[in-house]
Design a protein around this ligand. Structure first.
Ligand SMILES: Nc1ncnc2c1ncn2[C@@H]1O[C@H](COP(=O)(O)OP(=O)(O)OP(=O)(O)O)[C@@H](O)[C@H]1O
Ligand SMILES: [Ca+2]
Length: 452
């Protein structure tokens, strides 16, 4: 073991040289975590999880290469690849806090590439910030590696986490309100991008509670220089990550398809778990909701089309251009690691295949995979919704009873519900009104009536 190269809350990291084995003579980094610091059961479990996650994700692009972990009476030792290029934070600071759009993109694609992989495996990093990305080498174009999975956790597709962890400047609003998933990492990436592009923090205050207040309530400024002189795509990219409603935020796979970065990289776009969630909800919904979604799919933007085409390709449609849920499972299995077993991603899809066996062509896949919430986050949503309603009205709309509509949306038909539902049905012909159509797009709501 040689000199200390970094210190953190829980321990320190040294350079080391391997005396034997495959790595004989090679330099490595050893993160030393003193057992004295693991005073609570949580602390020990956290270190176990960090090692388990590093081990199971090993080999992912832009992830620090994990070699092995050991322990003795005093410490736990995590042996990994030595990154010699320093922290992303230091590079930002040494450039006077600002990156050109091109340089920022190059950094972001690498971040998105590792994060999209983690998310597919059901792992949330929970502490994405420029201190936790290291460059492999000192050169300007060195590759970036994510480190420090000390706060990471597994999250099942239909589960939410609730412990407040992370770093104040980068923490997502829904983490502060204790119900979050992988989308929280996307918020942090939004904060990192904002800082890369303009050199200042989007949410700032003197105290921690002040920062939290800003994260929950304040809108970041895009008014001051350099924002007006940056490209509209760059602003759009950041805004679609810093959306306070996590359901409207881009996923990592979607961000890789965003027009701002799409042209600048050849990074592989991985399968997106959000697709599994949407398809699962789609196959279980009524034919009325399916035709509403199909109408909406006809209004998709080219960006969304492109992303969905990429996702469809990953599912390897048969020669007639159809996929079934089996394809979804096969695609997941193909990417499966130990981490995916821990996060139970495949089980989530399995529930569906026992429910229904269906084949989808690209058009129906698009309808199934669409996220209505994300579309609502677009500035052009009103236009999409109106156009989709016209299409639906022509070939999907039909007379519907209040009771049927209520069950369609998972609402109980108590008296106040009745009054509201009346507006969702058009008086002239008893078919769905525009408002009813919008409600139907969201489908059965488990949150009950208050949100309706
Ligand atoms: N593989 C590595 N190669 C080079 N330096 C490293 C490596 N891993 C960690 N470091 C250095 O050690 C520092 C602390 O590591 P790490 O972030 O993993 O520790 P931590 O105790 O979990 O930190 P934190 O206080 O952020 O929770 C890093 O910021 C970095 O400077
Ligand atoms: Ca760290």
């Amino acid at each position: 073991m040689g000199e200390v190269v970094g210190r953190g809350h829980f321990g320190y990291t040294c350079v080391a040289k391997s005396k034997k084995g495959d790595l004989k003579g090679e330099e490595a980094a050893v993160k030393v975590i003193p057992k004295a610091k693991m005073t609570t059961a949580i602390g020990i479990e956290d270190v176990r999880r960090e090692v388990r996650i590093l081990r199971s994700l090993a080999g992912a692009p832009h992830l620090v290469q994990f070699h092995d972990a050991y322990e003795d009476d005093e410490n736990v030792y995590i042996v990994m690849e030595l990154c010699k290029g320093g922290e992303l934070l230091d590079r930002i600071l040494s450039r006077g806090g600002k990156y050109s759009e091109e340089d920022a993109k190059a950094v972001l694609v690498q971040i998105l590439s590792v994060v999209s992989y983690c998310h597919l495996q059901g792992v949330v990093h929970r502490d994405l910030k420029p201190e936790n990305f290291l460059f492999g080498l000192k050169d300007d174009d060195s590759t970036l590696k994510a480190i420090d999975f000390g706060l990471s956790d597994f999250v099942k597709p239909d589960e939410r986490l609730n412990d407040i962890v992370g770093s104040a400047y980068y923490v997502a609003p829904e983490v502060l309100t204790r119900s979050y998933g992988t989308e929280a990492d996307m918020w942090s990436i939004g904060v990192i991008t904002y800082i890369l592009l303009c050199g200042s923090r989007p949410f700032w205050a003197r105290t921690e509670s002040g920062i939290f207040r800003a994260v929950l309530k304040a809108e970041p400024s895009f008014e001051e220089e350099p924002w007006p002189s940056l490209s509209a795509e760059a602003r759009d990219f950041v805004k679609r990550l810093l959306n306070k409603d996590y359901r409207k935020r881009m996923t990592a796979a979607q961000a890789l398809c965003h027009p701002w970065v799409r042209e600048s990289h050849q990074a592989k776009i991985p399968l997106d778990n959000i697709i599994c969630k949407s398809i699962r909800a789609y196959v279980c919904s009524s034919s009325l909701r399916k035709s509403a979604l199909r109408a909406l799919a006809k209004t998709l933007t080219t960006t969304q089309q492109l992303y969905l085409q990429e996702q469809f390709k990953l599912l390897e449609p048969n020669k007639n251009g159809y996929i079934s849920l089996q394809n979804l499972k096969t695609a997941l299995m193909k990417n499966s690691t130990e981490a995916m077993k821990d996060s139970r991603v495949v089980d989530f899809v399995n529930v569906v295949s026992s429910l229904q066996y269906r084949k989808l062509d690209f058009d129906e896949f698009a309808a199934a995979a669409i996220s209505v919430y994300q579309m609502e986050g677009l500035e052009t949503w009103e236009h999409h919704a109106r156009t989709a309603f016209d299409i639906f009205d022509q070939d999907g709309n039909r007379p519907i009873m209040i009771e049927e509509l209520a069950s369609e949306l998972g609402l109980s038909t108590s008296v106040p519900v009745h009054v509201v539902l009346k507006d969702w049905i058009r008086h002239s012909d008893g078919k769905l009104s525009f408002l009813g159509f919008l409600k139907l797009l969201h489908g059965v709501s488990s949150r009950g009536f208050s949100k309706a």
